[in-house]
Structure formats: C-alpha cells, structure tokens
Design a protein around this ligand. Structure first.
Ligand SMILES: [Zn+2]
Length: 158
C-alpha cells in the first residue's frame, strides 16, 4: 500500500495509546452519533476512524475485547466478514471509491494503534488520493469533517 499523506494522524501518534479501550468505550457509551458508530450487529459494530487515512475510513470490530482472530467464535467471524462486506458496499454507494484497502494489523509491531481489541480497517481509495495534500489539519476541522461524513453514510439515500 502506498503511504497516504495524513498529517492529522500526527496528533494521534504523539498522544500515544488511549488509557481505556476506545472500542469498548464507544460501543458502551450509548451515543452512536457522537461516537460515529455506523452499524451494530449482534456481535460486531462499525465506526468511523477519528484519525482517518482517507475520507470514509471506517473500522469493523467485535464487541468483545479480544486481541486476535483465534479468540473469535465462528459466528463472530462470519458476522465480522459480513459487516465488512456491507460497510464496503455502503462506502461504494455513498462515496464512489475506485478501490479499497481492507486489513487487520495484529499486534503493535504490525502497526496496530489499539493492539488489545481486534479491528478491521476499511479504507476507501480513489485514483490519485496519495497526492492529496490537505492545507489544514487541526482537530476542529477533522471533527467537523467526521460529523459530515457520518451524516453522509448514515443519512437517507440520495
Ligand atoms: Zn476493547
């Protein structure tokens, strides 16, 4: 995968790992719009990444706090994969990407920011997006952009 220019991730890298588990906290919080949770299944959910590599970058995770694939039951694995399929289809309908990177980083050494709670990245890609150079990247701008993206993905179909 070519590296995307995503300077707002700098804040995330510098802040280090959050103290609690963001996946457990967000899924338990009871305010899905605030936490940009897009879909909930029986055992898995999806949410927008606060520090996206690209517009529409979302993550699918099990509700259970587990670190590895072999800790998931067959039912959880099936729902996880189905949700990845459905969320990619949603991104395709709403954002018309040219392709996707879909992947899992397992373990900190492999690049997982939150290593203790398994999550699958779904990153929409557009031709030429590696040349994208945002002029501003402060938290306010990103958070506003996330709210807009959330509405775009969860709002009524156009
Ligand atoms: Zn967790």
């Amino acid at each position: 995968m070519e590296r995307l220019w995503a300077p707002w991730r700098k804040g995330y890298v510098e802040a280090g790992a959050p103290r609690g588990c963001i996946f457990c906290e967000k899924s338990d919080a009871g305010d899905d719009a605030k936490h940009h949770i897009i879909a909930r299944g029986k055992s898995c959910f999806s949410l927008l990444n606060r520090f996206p590599y690209n517009g529409g970058h979302l993550m699918v995770a099990p509700f259970r706090h587990v670190a590895a694939l072999d800790a998931l039951t067959d039912e959880e694995l099936l729902e996880l994969m189905r949700m990845i399929r459905d969320q990619a289809a949603l991104l395709r309908r709403r954002l018309s990407p040219d392709g996707f990177n879909i992947g899992i980083n397992i373990g900190r050494v492999a690049g997982a920011g939150v290593a203790d709670h398994l999550h699958v990245h779904v990153v929409p890609r557009w031709s030429g997006d590696t040349n994208f150079m945002p002029a501003t990247a402060d938290t306010k701008v990103i958070s506003h952009a996330l709210d807009e993206m959330y509405s775009r993905l969860t709002g009524a179909a156009k």
